[in-house]
Design a binder for this molecule. Structure first.
Ligand code: SF4
Length: 338
C-alpha cells in the first residue's frame, strides 16, 4: 500500500536548565494509506511527543533537532518534509486539521467552552470548503454529529460543551476533527479518560469512521489491548526510542524485546494460561536527565547481559520480515559478553 507518512530518525529535544531531555531520539515510523499504527509505552516513553512533533505542536521548549517527517499528499507525488516547516508558518497551519487532525485525551482542550458545538464544526467546515454556505455547513455538521453517534443531534448541535456528558464531548471532538476529511487522524489516548463501556464504543466508532473516510490512523496509548483491537502495526517505545516494531499479529504472537514481553505480561490476554499471574514491570522509567549508558532498559531488564548491556547501545535486529527489535539478545555473539 502507498505511504502516507514516513518519520525518519526523528529527534525532538527539550533543552532546560537541568539538562537536555531527548524525548524522541532517533524514531522511525511509517504509516501507509488507510493503515492504523499504534504507538505504545509507559508515560514518559516519548509516544505523545512523537505524535505532536508531526504537527510541531509539542510544548515549549521542545524542538525538532533532526530527522525528517515526510508527508505524501498524493500517492505518486513528492513528499513534504513537515519537520523542515516553520511551526508558526502558513504551510504547517494549513496542514493542521485539514490534512492531519489530532484528537486529544481531554476533549475540553480542543473544544471552545464559549461556542456551541454546532458553530465550532460549522466554522471548521466553512474554512475548509471555500464558498460553503451557513445552511449547508449546518446540514453537514448535523450529519457529522449523527455519524459519530451523538444522541439527539438536532438538540445537541446548539448546545455548549458544559451541557454535554464526557462521552458526548468525545464524540463532538471526533466530529470536529473529521469535519475537514483529514488523511491522517492522530488519536492521543482517546479512551483513557472514559469508562470501559464507552471506551469500546469510541474505538468501534473510530474503526468505522476510518473505513468510511478511507483515512489512516495513528493511535497513541499505554494500553496494549487498544492497539490489539485497532491497529495493523505496533510500535513499542521506551525512553524516546523504538524498541520493537512490527505487525500486531507478529509482535503479539512473538514479542521479542524484553520490554514488550513485560508490557504484555502485565495485562490479561485471551488464550493466556488461566493460572498465569500478571506481573508488574520491575522498577520505574529512569530519570530523563540520567539515561543509562548502555541499553536504556538494562536497569529493569531480567535478561541483561553483564559486560554488554550496561556498556553498549544495541542495534536493531530483524526477527522476521517487517518485525524488528532493538536488543542484544538477537545481535550479540558470546564473545562480546564478559
Ligand atoms: Fe535487556 Fe540487554 Fe536486550 Fe537491553 S539489550 S533489553 S538489557 S537483554
Amino acid at each position: 500500500m502507498a505511504k502516507l507518512l514516513e518519520i525518519k530518525d526523528l529527534r525532538t529535544y527539550f533543552h532546560v536548565d537541568e539538562g537536555t531531555v531527548k524525548a524522541v531520539d532517533g524514531v522511525s515510523i511509517s504509516i501507509d494509506r488507510q493503515q492504523t499504527v499504534g504507538i505504545v509505552g509507559e508515560s514518559g516513553c516519548g509516544k505523545t511527543i512523537t505524535a505532536q512533533s508531526i504537527l510541531q505542536i509539542m510544548p515549549h521548549p521542545g524542538r525538532i533537532e533532526g530527522g525528517q517527517i515526510l508527508y505524501y499528499p498524493d500517492p505518486d507525488g513528492e513528499p513534504v518534509d513537515l519537520a523542515a516547516l516553520s511551526p508558526r508558518g502558513r504551510k504547517l497551519r494549513a496542514m493542521r486539521g485539514n490534512e492531519i487532525a489530532f484528537i486529544f485525551q481531554e476533549p475540553m482542550s480542543a473544544l471552545s467552552p464559549i461556542h456551541t458545538i454546532g458553530n465550532q464544526i460549522m466554522e471548521a467546515l466553512m474554512i475548509h470548503n471555500d464558498g460553503m454556505s451557513q445552511s449547508e455547513a449546518r446540514q453537514k455538521a448535523l450529519a457529522m454529529l449523527e455519524s459519530v453517534g451523538m444522541p439527539n443531534p438536532e438538540q445537541r448541535i446548539d448546545e455548549y460543551t458544559f451541557q454535554l456528558s464526557g462521552g458526548m464531548r468525545q464524540r463532538a471532538m471526533i466530529a470536529m476533527s473529521l469535519a475537514c476529511s483529514p488523511k491522517l487522524l492522530i488519536a492521543d489516548e482517546p479512551t483513557t479518560a472514559i469508562d470501559v463501556t464507552l471506551q469500546a464504543q469510541i474505538l468501534e466508532l473510530l474503526k468505522r469512521l476510518k473505513d468510511e473516510q478511507g483515512m489512516s490512523v495513528l493511535i497513541i496509548t499505554h494500553d496494549l489491548a487498544v492497539v490489539a483491537e485497532m491497529a495493523d502495526e505496533v510500535v513499542v517505545m521506551y525512553l524516546g526510542k523504538v524498541v520493537e516494531r512490527g505487525s500486531v499479529k507478529d509482535v503479539y504472537k512473538n514479542p521479542s524485546h524484553p520490554y514488550t514481553r513485560a508490557l504484555l505480561d502485565s495485562i490479561p490476554r485471551v488464550g493466556q494460561e488461566r493460572r498465569k499471574f500478571l506481573t508488574a514491570i520491575k522498577g520505574t522509567v529512569p530519570d530523563p536527565y540520567s539515561i543509562p549508558k548502555g541499553c536504556e532498559f538494562q536497569p529493569r531488564c531480567e535478561h541483561a547481559m553483564e559486560g554488554l548491556c550496561e556498556v553498549r547501545k544495541p542495534e536493531y535486529a530483524e526477527i522476521s520480515p517487517g518485525h524488528i527489535a532493538r536488543c542484544f539478545l538477537y545481535t550479540h555473539n558470546e564473545s562480546e559478553v564478559g
